[in-house]
Design a protein around this ligand. Structure first.
Ligand code: GRG
Length: 303
C-alpha cells in the first residue's frame, strides 16, 4: 500500500507535540493535592477535557520554523492554552452563554459550581499570562522580548480583543447585525487570539519583521476562517464531539455567519479566507508546511 507522506508527517507532528504540550501543562499546573484542592481540580478538569490544542501548536511550530527546538517556546505555548481554557470556562457560565456541555462533558460550573468555575477561570488567566511573560519561567528569552509578549497578550485579551468581541457577541443576540459588526465579533472574539499565538511564536523564534507581518495577516485570516467553521459545525456537526452542543447558536439566537447570511455564503467565505490565509505563507515555502496542513485541517475539521 502506498503511504501518504504528507498526511503522516502532519499526524505525527500533531500527536508528538500534543503529548509534549500536555506533559508541560501537567508540570506547570498546580497539583490537585495542593491547597485549595477544589480550585486546582477544576483547573485541571477543564485543561485536560479534550481540547485540540490548536493555538499552542501554532505557537510552537511558528517558533520552530525560525529557530528550531521547542524549549524557548513551551512556556508561552502552555500559557496560551491556559488562557484559552479560561475563556471557555467563562464563556459557558450562566451569566454568559449558560452552556451545560463542552466537548461532550459537563461544563466547569456544572461539574463543580459557579463560584469555583469563576475562580478556576481567573486563576488560569493569570497563570497563563505569567507563563508567557515571567522572566523566571522564560530564562532563554531577553527581557525586552518578554515586555513585547506581555503587551501583545494583554492587548489581545482586553477591550480591544477578547473582552470587546465577547461583549459585542452578547449584545448581538436576537439582533440582525450587519456584516461589519459580525466581522468585529469574529475578529476580536476569535481571530485576535489565534493571530497573537502565531505572532508570539514568531517573536520567540526571532523571525524578521517582514515574516512577522505576513504571519500576522495569515493568523487573522485563519482566525476568521476558524470561527466561520465553528459556526457551520454548530449547525451541521456531530453531537457530543463539538465544543458546544449542536444547534445551541440557533436556540440562543446568536449572531453567526450561517444564521445571518446563510450556509452557502458562509461556506464560500470560509474557502476564500482559507485561500487568502495560505497566500500569506507562500513566501516561506516548505518551511511553513505545518501551518499549511493545519489550515486545511481547520477547514475540513469535524470537531
Ligand atoms: C480575556 C478577560 C477576558 C475575558 C474573555 C469569555 C470571553 C471573555 C471570551 C470568550 C471567547 C470565546 C470562547 C470565543 C470562542 C472561540 C472558539 C471558537 C473556541 C473554540 O476553540 P477550539 O475549537 O476549542 O480550539 P478546543 O475545545 O479544541 O480547545
Amino acid at each position: 500500500m502506498k503511504m501518504n507522506n504528507k498526511f503522516n508527517r502532519f499526524e505525527y507532528y500533531m500527536k508528538e507535540k500534543r503529548k509534549l504540550i500536555n506533559a508541560y501543562l501537567d508540570k506547570f499546573l498546580p497539583s490537585e493535592d495542593e491547597m485549595p484542592s477544589v480550585l486546582h481540580k477544576a483547573m485541571r478538569y477543564m485543561v485536560f477535557s479534550g481540547g485540540k490544542r490548536v493555538r499552542p501548536l501554532l505557537l510552537l511550530f511558528t517558533s520552530e520554523m525560525f529557530s528550531g527546538g521547542y524549549t524557548k517556546a513551551i512556556p508561552a505555548a502552555c500559557g496560551i492554552e491556559l488562557i484559552h481554557t479560561f475563556s471557555l470556562i467563562h464563556d459557558d457560565l450562566p451569566a454568559l452563554d449558560n452552556d451545560d456541555l463542552r466537548r461532550g462533558k459537563p461544563t466547569c460550573h456544572k461539574a463543580f459550581s459557579e463560584d469555583v468555575a469563576i475562580l478556576a477561570g481567573d486563576a488560569l488567566l493569570v497563570e497563563g499570562i505569567r507563563l508567557i511573560s515571567y522572566e523566571g519561567l522564560n530564562w532563554a528569552l531577553p527581557y525586552e522580548k518578554l515586555v513585547i509578549l506581555s503587551d501583545i497578550i494583554t492587548k489581545t485579551l482586553g477591550t480591544y480583543g477578547l473582552v470587546g468581541g465577547e461583549m459585542m457577541d452578547l449584545l448581538s443576540e436576537r439582533k440582525k447585525i450587519s456584516y461589519n459588526e459580525l466581522l468585529f465579533i469574529y475578529t476580536h472574539k476569535t481571530a485576535d487570539f489565534i493571530r497573537a499565538s502565531i505572532e508570539i511564536g514568531a517573536i520567540i523564534g526571532d523571525a524578521s519583521e517582514e515574516s512577522i507581518r505576513n504571519l500576522s495577516k495569515f493568523g487573522h485570516e485563519l482566525g476568521i476562517a476558524f470561527q466561520i467553521k465553528d459556526d457551520i459545525l454548530n449547525i451541521e456537526g456531530e453531537e457530543g464531539v463539538m465544543g458546544k452542543p449542536v444547534g445551541s447558536d440557533e436556540r440562543q439566537k446568536k449572531a453567526t455567519y450561517p444564521l445571518l447570511f446563510g450556509m452557502e455564503k458562509a461556506k464560500r467565505e470560509l474557502s476564500e479566507r482559507i485561500k487568502k490565509a495560505l497566500s500569506y505563507i507562500e513566501i516561506f515555502g516548505d518551511k511553513a508546511w505545518f501551518l499549511r496542513e493545519l489550515t486545511l485541517f481547520i477547514r475540513d475539521r469535524s470537531y
